[in-house]
Design a protein around this ligand. Structure first.
Ligand code: CNA
Length: 455
């Protein structure tokens, strides 16, 4: 799932919770996931009687499963009805059953803080979960302790102060060291994390650049349905009213002025791979320009999906992408052919309302991830591969969207990070080689230093 707010990294309830588990001899959640993982990840079901909800969360206290606010919201009901665990000593603040873990995407929610949360312990749980849910793809092995990486975080006793932030020990790379280590192949497992900023030079607006970003364009269009531009990509809104998204798709994404082509940033990633130095390119972009530049799909993790195919959001029936694009051209949302059929198997009576208008069910959307949807399996299954990186390059992203931004949240403190972006998306200045300014200029400088061909 993708969510638009930064998670809280110092949730006091999560911190106390781990200690309380230890105090009352409750099996730590990570271990519990390890022991019960296969059973609960294969077919999560909401425990509420008669509920078929499947976007399921698990209560970290009692370990019951309930569906999320996007379905029947049984998990929030469980929290509201809960009382602090009886056998536990009086903890600071309320300790109702406020912590929930998503069996869809491995994220954490605290109902007391009313936000997503994250911490080194959360990450260890998420990695364990990911290894169990996607056993064939995961590469991390928690039994292996890397010398310069902390071993699995032990559960902290209750009410100790929160753990200190991860220390950054070595000084950041210099530009010359970066080029030298790339040239001499001392870096040969480079993870590249990208966002909309790398495709701006290709003519595709990013989200947040004031004045020209997509959100600024959305604000200019006459769309009274939207309280905030971000809602354009919200599944809940799309389900009820797909017109705003259709309008944006037509005006901004399919505009004849946009003839996107890969630029140096995309060619740089492709050439890194040609030189056998690319671990993976994790991208938030949906434009596919990395593939157009020649990067194989096996080296690309499209965390927010892509525009190569389209499905009904409701029944998942696949529709030709050209039908979706043609409908956008007419400013018409595309109704799913399958679940809007009169005789669709999944009910709906004769398919008509009392006033003889057809019952509207599913609409078709391209396979991009909306807020409120799970991220593709490939993101979760390849998430922990970032642990193998010997250098991380972050380009063209504000790192405001989670869980993508979790990729950098717990990198080893010894892994060099290079940020190529107009602004620093929140790293401590001592931690990174920061190359501000135009992405294309900086990428060209690196490519020239390596003797690689630019466009
Ligand atoms: P964002 O939040 O808009 O951030 C983009 C970042 O790039 C910002 O920090 C900008 O300052 C920086 N930037 C933009 N142009 C340049 C430039 N020419 N030189 C240097 N820096 C620049 O976008 P994110 O990718 O972080 O946000 C994630 C969203 C954006 C994902 O869900 C994407 O799907 C979505 N998106 C993708 C595309 C695409 O596929 N090309 C386009 C627009 C939005």
């Amino acid at each position: 799932m993708s969510f638009a707010v930064s998670p809280k990294i110092d949730c006091p309830h999560e911190h106390s919770y781990h200690g309380l588990c230890q105090e009352v001899g409750q099996i730590p959640f990570r271990q519990w996931i390890e022991e019960n993982g296969r059973a609960i990840t294969s077919d999560p079901q909401c425990s509420a009687i008669g509920c078929a909800g499947c976007e399921t969360w698990i209560c970290m206290y009692c370990r019951e499963q309930f569906c999320s606010r996007y379905e029947m919201a049984h998990m929030v009901g469980h929290y509201e009805d809960s009382i602090p665990p009886a056998q536990m000593n009086d903890p600071p603040g309320s300790l109702k059953h406020c912590l929930a873990f998503s069996l869809s995407d491995g994220s954490f929610w605290c109902y007391e803080c009313d936000t997503y949360i994250y911490s080194p312990q959360c990450r260890e749980i998420a990695v364990t979960f990911s290894d169990i849910k996607f056993p064939d793809n995961g590469t991390s092995d928690s039994s292996v302790v890397d010398n310069d990486r902390s071993p699995v975080t032990p559960w902290t006793p209750s009410f100790l102060p929160p753990p200190p932030p991860i220390q950054s020990n070595p000084p950041p790379l210099t530009f010359e060291e970066l080029c030298d280590k790339l040239k001499t192949k001392q870096f040969n497992r480079v993870a590249v994390l990208t966002g909309a900023g790398i495709s701006v030079a290709a003519g595709i607006p990013d989200f947040r650049t004031p004045g020209i970003g997509l959100y600024a364009r959305v604000a200019e269009l006459d769309l009274p349905e939207l309280e905030r531009p971000e809602q354009i990509f919200q599944l809940e809104l799309f389900k009820d009213n797909p017109y705003p998204f259709t309008k944006i798709a037509k005006e901004c994404l399919l505009s004849p002025d946009i003839k996107p082509h890969p630029v140096n940033a995309h060619h740089f990633i492709k050439q890194l791979n040609d030189a056998n130095q690319l671990l993976l390119n994790y991208t938030q972009n949906i434009d596919g320009l990395e593939l157009e530049a020649g990067l194989p799909l096996s080296k690309l993790v499209q965390a927010h999906g892509h525009m190569r195919s389209a499905h009904c959001y409701r029944c998942r029936y696949e529709h030709p992408m050209k039908d979706f694009l043609a409908a956008c051209e007419r400013y018409q949302p595309l109704l799913c052919k399958y679940c809007n059929e009169d005789n669709a198997e999944d009910g709906g009576g004769d398919g008509y309302n009392d006033d003889d208008t057809p019952v509207r069910k599913g609409y078709v959307k391209p396979d991009i991830v909306f807020f409120g949807e799970s991220l593709p399996e490939s993101f979760h299954s390849k998430f922990s591969q970032i642990d193998d990186a010997d250098c991380v390059i972050v380009m063209g992203t504000s790192l405001k969207v989670y869980p993508f931004a979790f990729l950098v949240a717990a990198l080893r403190s010894t892994v060099p990070i290079v940020v190529i972006n107009r602004d620093n998306p929140g790293f401590s200045a001592e931690r990174i080689l920061f190359l501000p300014g135009e992405i294309e200029d900086n990428v060209k400088k690196i490519m020239n230093a390596l003797g690689w061909q630019t466009v």
